[in-house]
Design a protein around this ligand. Structure first.
Ligand code: TYM
Length: 334
């Protein structure tokens, strides 16, 4: 790929039985679009998934399922480099170096750590959960990524990646690319269907539409979405977050701009909007689930794709790590 196209990297955790519509619209759909106009790297971040207590068999299954879902969503392994984070040991190695440049104070300010550690209870939050954003910075900086396509919730972590890149470069010489955050207009924060004041999250499954769930479950969740009582279909994220969220979903899955949907649903009730949204999401989810199942039924093929992805990723990661080691004064090994 020519040097003039941007390098793009992003990742997703294998911590649920299925991607949800927020993952798809905020992140993965951007990746699918970007793969053709960039030098793209996407990974299933299994190292990040063990920062909270986990079951090994479940993690194993979810890692394969996440990889399969990335392909089912449209990533082409002949075009983009799609890999599993733990297959590339340089991520953990660079994390150590970056961890030694990170202040305790700046790591403590990460809001996701504060939220998650509160949920885990102060006693059980791990050191891994604390250093999670430093590993994320390593994921990004190892590939000299110009752009990182993510949902809104990742902004703060990406700021840390930028700060660490700049700090390293200032101290040891120009080594890392300082990455830009790329969020999707409109879909960067898909809201919880039951509580539209919160973002949709796998940790609150009741308000979360998972793509691999039974179509009738997906439809039921969308049809029982919390809206408001003024019965006007209008996009207004502040005053009408529930209705605006449904419009965002319907627009993304149908390809119809929000303004046209507002006109189409003028004078109609929320029931019609919910039904149309449920139909549009299910129309995507059904073939997506079928493609995912098909990929999982060919484990050897999937394993070969993962191996190839890891090889291509290492071809970029290893020389960058070697440069970092040299810059910081490590004596070259064998
Ligand atoms: P994760 O696995 O939680 O989510 C994957 C992607 O989905 C986006 N997302 C959303 N977008 C819109 N609306 C929502 N409700 C919503 N929920 C999730 C996330 O913003 C993310 O882009 N720390 C990352 C994984 C990671 C990573 C990286 C990302 C590890 N290393 C390097 C980028 C670059 C995470 O937990 O994503």
């Amino acid at each position: 790929m020519s040097a003039s196209v941007p390098r793009v990297l992003s990742g997703i955790q294998p911590t649920a039985d299925s991607f949800h519509v927020g993952n798809l619209l905020g992140a993965v759909n951007q990746w699918v679009a970007l793969q053709h106009e960039s030098d793209a790297f996407f990974c299933v971040v299994d190292l990040h998934a063990i920062t909270v207590a986990h079951d090994p068999a479940v993690l194993h299954r979810r890692t394969l399922e996440s990889y399969a879902q990335l392909l089912a969503a449209g990533l082409d392994p002949d075009v983009a480099t799609v890999f599993v984070q733990s297959h590339v040991p340089e991520h953990s190695q660079l994390q150590w170096v970056l961890g030694c440049l990170t202040g305790m104070g700046e790591a403590s300010r990460m809001t996701q750590f504060k939220d998650k550690s509160q949920k885990a209870g102060a006693q059980s939050a791990s050191v891994g959960l604390f250093t999670y954003p430093i590993l994320q910075a390593a994921d990004i900086l190892l590939y000299s990524a110009d752009e990182v396509p993510v949902g809104e919730d990742q902004r703060q972590h990406l700021e840390l990646s930028r700060d660490l890149a700049e700090r390293f470069n200032a101290r040891f010489g120009e080594t890392f690319t300082v990455p830009r955050t790329r969020v999707m207009h409109g879909a960067a924060k898909i809201l919880d269907l039951q509580d539209p004041s919160a973002k949709m999250s796998k940790s609150l499954p009741g308000g979360c539409a998972f793509l691999l769930e039974e179509p009738r479950v997906i439809a039921k969740k969308i049809k029982s979405a919390v809206t408001d009582s003024d019965a006007v279909v209008r996009y207004d994220l502040q005053a009408k977050p529930g209705v605006s969220n449904l419009l965002t979903l319907l627009s993304a899955f149908s390809g119809t701009p929000v303004v046209e949907l507002e006109a189409e649903f003028a004078g109609r009730g929320y029931g019609d909007l919910k039904s149309a949204t449920a139909d549009a999401v299910v129309a995507y989810a059904e073939p997506f689930a079928a493609r995912t199942r098909e990929l999982l039924q060919a484990p050897d093929h999937l394993a070969a794709l993962m191996r190839d992805g890891a090889e291509r990723a290492r071809a970029v990661a290893a020389p960058l790590l070697a440069r970092v080691y040299e810059r910081i004064g490590f004596v070259a090994g064998a």
